[in-house]
Design a protein around this ligand. Structure first.
Ligand code: SF4
Length: 298
């Protein structure tokens, strides 16, 4: 009995550590914020230079034009730095303004290509920056303490998680998977059956968006590579989304894997537990993966 309790405590601690280390990504998030700050500084310098060069010409058109442009540029620069400061507060665990998240995403979208360019100068690869963005985004998700019923959660994975030689068509309905253990799809379908969330395998961003539109979830857990997660998280906004990176032992987009312990730990954090009375009354979570039709369950 004591051994069982110790084991449960160990498992609980391990899951917590997995989520904190990988989802929060403590060492990674500083990289993204640092590069974004540097990019913002460069952009601020560029705007000041544009303003300075443009002043004589603008003043010749209208004497108040340099002041107006200067005011607009100042507001843009202040907003950018406030957005970064807000992000630093959020990732440091201090009070922050979550209402600015949409603006922050738009700001990131606008500046990310420049951050990638600057990163290249410092030998930082795009993938590392994207991974760092995901760590920041996941941390914001956790800070909001988002929890939803299982049937309001959508889990979506890319097609490359399926074994390339598998003949079963799982993009239409993941329950076509025979759960042979050849890839992680079988384990995810089993988890969807057990926990009751919607589970889909998408062949691309368009299909993923259609699935989101069709299932109308309140939160999304996406499993993908850095690039797809970064664009996906921004695409589904304002829907809260958490990303889990896939594992690519065979290179990108081919027979990829996912850490199932991490997925389960993350799901347990997001999904609201079913109330006991409800479960007994047969009103518990039903299998939602792929198709809403329970008859399709194997
Ligand atoms: S687990 Fe499912 S999807 Fe993966 S190889 Fe087996 S049958 Fe195919």
């Amino acid at each position: 009995m004591e051994e069982k309790n110790l084991r449960q405590a160990y498992d609980g601690k391990r899951k917590k550590n997995i989520v904190e280390d990988v989802v929060a990504g403590r060492p990674k998030k500083r990289l993204f914020i640092g590069m974004l700050s540097l990019t913002s500084l460069c952009m601020a310098g560029l705007l000041i230079l544009i303003w300075y060069i443009g002043v004589p010409g603008l003043a010749a058109i209208q004497p108040w034009l340099p002041t107006l442009l200067g005011l607009i540029f100042t507001i843009v620069i202040l907003l950018a730095f406030f957005g970064i400061f807000n992000m630093v507060l959020a990732v440091s665990g201090l009070p922050y303004l979550p209402v600015l998240q949409k603006q922050t995403y738009e700001f990131i979208n606008a500046l990310f290509p420049f951050a990638v360019y600057l990163g290249r100068i410092f030998g930082i690869r795009r993938r590392r920056l994207e991974g760092s963005f995901i760590a920041v985004s996941n941390l914001l998700f956790r800070r909001k303490k988002i929890r939803v019923p299982a049937d309001k959660l959508l889990v979506v994975t890319p097609h490359c998680l399926q074994l390339a030689s598998c003949p079963h068509k799982i993009t239409r309905d993941p329950h076509n998977c025979k759960r042979c253990g050849g890839c992680d799809i079988g384990a995810l379908v089993a988890l969807a059956d057990e926990m009751g969330f919607h589970f889909f395998v998408a062949t691309g961003g368009t299909l993923a968006r259609q699935i989101v539109y069709k299932t109308r979830p309140k939160a999304v857990l996406a499993i993908a590579c850095e690039r797809d997660l970064m664009s996906g998280i921004q695409d589904v906004y304002p829907l809260p989304a958490v990303g889990v990176l896939n594992i690519r032992p065979n290179g990108p987009c081919y027979n990829t894997h996912v850490d199932m312990d991490l997925v389960r730990a993350q799901l347990e954090e997001i999904i609201l537990p079913v109330k006991k009375g409800k479960e007994e009354a047969g009103d518990g979570q039903s299998t939602q993966s792929g198709s809403a039709d329970p008859k399709r369950r194997p």
